[in-house]
Design a protein around this ligand. Structure first.
Ligand code: ZN
Length: 323
């Protein structure tokens, strides 16, 4: 064989291996869906993720992230669900603006909203989140979710994926001015998560509301406190946003109508599972006898409804024991 008669020098082989590794890294980095910024107001944009759950089919791109271009810098809201998606989000921002990214504000610490943070940390941006998010790292939930993602979203999430904690933990509502725009950060949690934050850009009437609202799809409820979530929805309606950019699904220009779907679903779960708890009907039986037709055609129903119903059943059991 030619290669044994003329063996490649070691340095050349090392160079070839390096080139191959860079090529494969490049392939993974590029192997994410194209992110197209959608403009919703004079200064605000977002990228729209797939409507279902995070999967290999959508390469983890099942959530939204937003950004606001001020006179001096860019403020980002959420960072998507894998490190390559974080890179792609930064590239999408660069289609619109070359200003530095000053800050990333996380609406909550769920895997599909913060695994892309590394790209922004690398550019020197600071990360803000509500201090309720510390629980996520303290509880073991973060490590368990990472292990699941490394399995289900490989190679986009792998053994090199780092979970990045906030530089600034907020302990309540806050306001700041940046590049001529006024931002309001409002704590709405615990609702969908213990630390839900919403970000309002006052000049534009835009509210980034994270997962308080899942527009046009079944929300992931799990063991969330649906009673408080319903109260958070009312607060959100009270903010009277001109545009609502949600964590999942299209942005809304009619907040009241879109909030109604999430609200009706949560109320229905509570009503049906509450009745079962009251009558001491076992969960499986209660689930089977519930009429789900009103919601069963919506995206993410198959993946999320049973676990949502079970979480609600347990929540209502707790509530009834606490009475
Ligand atoms: Zn979430």
């Amino acid at each position: 064989m030619a290669c044994s008669r003329f063996p490649l020098p070691l340095w050349l082989r090392a160079l070839a291996a390096l080139a191959a590794a860079m090529l494969s890294l490049g392939t993974v980095a590029q192997d994410v869906p194209p992110l197209t910024p959608v403009q919703v107001s004079a200064h605000a944009w977002y990228v729209l993720g797939d409507a279902g759950m995070a999967s290999a089919a959508n390469k983890g791109f099942n959530s939204n992230a937003g950004f606001v271009v001020t006179r001096d810098s860019v403020i980002v809201i959420d960072a998507l669900g894998t490190p390559p998606l974080g890179d792609a989000l930064l590239a999408a921002i660069r289609q619109v603006s070359s200003k530095p990214v000053k800050r990333v504000i996380l609406t909550h610490y769920h895997a599909d909203h913060f695994y892309g943070l590394a790209a922004f940390k690398a550019t020197g941006a600071e990360v803000w989140a509500h201090q309720g998010g510390k629980e996520y790292f303290g509880s073991g939930e973060a490590a368990a979710r990472l292990a699941q993602r490394q399995k289900d979203l490989f190679p986009w999430v792998d053994e090199h994926t780092r979970l990045i904690q906030a530089d600034g933990w907020l302990d309540g509502d806050t306001r700041f001015e940046e590049g001529g725009l006024h931002f309001r950060v409002t704590l709405l949690g615990p609702a969908h998560a213990p630390e839900d934050l919403v970000v309002t850009v006052e000049e534009d009437g835009v509210v980034f509301c994270g997962d308080i609202l899942f527009a046009g799809r079944i929300p992931f409820v799990g063991n969330a406190d649906s009673k408080r979530w319903l109260a958070a929805i009312d607060t959100l309606v009270g903010l009277q946003p001109r545009v609502l950019v949600t964590g999942h699904g299209r942005h809304s220009t009619d907040a009241a109508a879109d909030l109604r779907l999430t609200r009706d679903y949560l109320l229905y779960l509570r009503e049906q599972m509450g009745k079962a708890v009251e009558e001491m009907v076992p969960f499986d039986e209660a689930y089977a006898r519930t009429d789900w037709r009103r919601f069963s055609k919506l995206p993410a129903f198959e993946a999320a409804n049973r676990i949502n119903a079970y979480g609600s059943y347990l929540t209502l059991e707790r509530e009834s024991l606490a009475r």
